[in-house]
Design a protein around this ligand. Structure first.
Ligand code: LMR
Length: 334
């Protein structure tokens, strides 16, 4: 009798272990950009690959456009395990204590995607991701978005044109310094609130890659846009370390592959998505698009360069110099 119930108990246990093994692993991926952006599309691609490669062992849910959490909340949600993956912009890692990520925000530090990839695909990128581990976060990949344009309700040609404008920025001290360098008044604000703030005049202008500007309809409430290409905006895909380390090794490996595939995809579509968004803004006729002359762009670059020196103590001289070395940027050569 005793033996009999022991066997029954063991069988029941084996069944429940097997059932637990069959339970899908839920991954919630939350982000603030629209579905129809490089990040939104890459997140959907990641979902597809993650579910395919794990043969359904992972149930992957994507929440676009701040529908689950806004900027600050999403990072807190990741830390307590309420979501498992995010891809915040590199300008939003300061509040997490990883101030070094703000090196990506330095104005004019990257001329193009090739220069940027020397960092995101190289040793400096790895070094930056390693800074997240002591904070209980694992950096999984860098995803491209693109180069920013400035927008406002007045034409922006010369550095003086920015004077006195209230400009919405992401939560980066480097962006704060960049805006102050041309006499603008920076205002940190969650991405989800920008459209309304522009519409009601709480802020006068902002900066963003075209895909973000267009999908948030900012062009409807900004009369002017200047193709300044003065800075970069991109993402780091991150996860909770405890969650990641607790995954079955085979699932983790499959997810790593899914992320590698989604990264290739994100970086392949980013430029084209932004180019197409610019054409849509142009076609809308709502915003006047201005291309600065080389001399105007140089004047902006010279004015904003002081941010590099000013932010040295915050970012770390070694990191800034490591980026200069990789990209060939020489502040003395302007
Ligand atoms: C912003 O806040 O402007 C961007 O970081 C939004 C995003 O995620 O692209």
């Amino acid at each position: 009798m005793k033996l009999h119930s022991l066997i029954i108990g063991a069988v029941a246990l084996a069944f429940s272990a097997a059932a637990a093994a069959q339970q899908p692993i839920n991954i919630k991926f939350s982000h603030v950009a629209a579905a129809d952006t490089p990040k939104g599309k890459a997140a959907e691609y990641l979902k597809k690959r993650a579910e395919e490669l794990t043969k359904g062992r992972v149930n992957f849910e994507v929440y676009h456009n701040s529908t689950l959490y806004k900027d600050k909340e999403e990072v807190e949600a990741l830390q307590i395990g309420a979501v498992q993956m995010l891809a915040p912009s590199l300008a939003k890692f300061g509040p997490l204590g990883a101030k070094e990520f703000e090196v990506f925000d330095l104005p004019f530090i990257f001329d193009n995607y090739d220069d940027l990839h020397k960092i995101t695909k190289g040793a400096v990128g790895k070094q930056l991701m390693a800074k997240l581990e002591p904070k209980g976060i694992v950096g999984l990949a860098f995803w491209d978005n693109g180069f920013k344009s400035m927008s406002a309700n007045r034409q922006l040609k010369n550095p003086e044109d920015y004077r006195g404008l209230k400009m919405r920025i992401q939560s980066s001290k480097v962006l704060e310094s960049q805006m102050r360098s041309v006499g603008a008044i920076p205002q940190v604000m969650a991405f989800s609130e920008v459209y309304q703030a522009l519409q009601t005049g709480v802020v006068d202008g902002t900066e963003n890659p075209h895909s973000n500007l267009y999908t948030q309809k900012m062009h409807e409430v900004q009369k002017h846009m200047s193709l300044t290409n003065h800075g970069y905006l991109g993402y780091a895909v991150i996860t909770n370390k405890k969650f990641w380390d607790g995954l079955p090794a085979d699932v983790r490996g499959q997810l790593e592959q899914a992320i590698a595939d989604a990264t290739d995809y994100a970086n392949k579509i980013a430029k084209e998505e932004n180019d197409q968004a610019l054409e849509k803004v142009r076609a809308s006729g709502r915003t006047q698009i201005y291309t600065p002359t080389p001399a105007e762009r140089m004047a902006l670059k010279k004015a904003m360069l002081k941010t590099h020196k000013e932010m040295e103590p915050r970012i770390g001289k070694e990191i800034i110099e490591a980026v200069y070395k990789e990209t060939g940027f020489d502040p003395g050569k302007l």
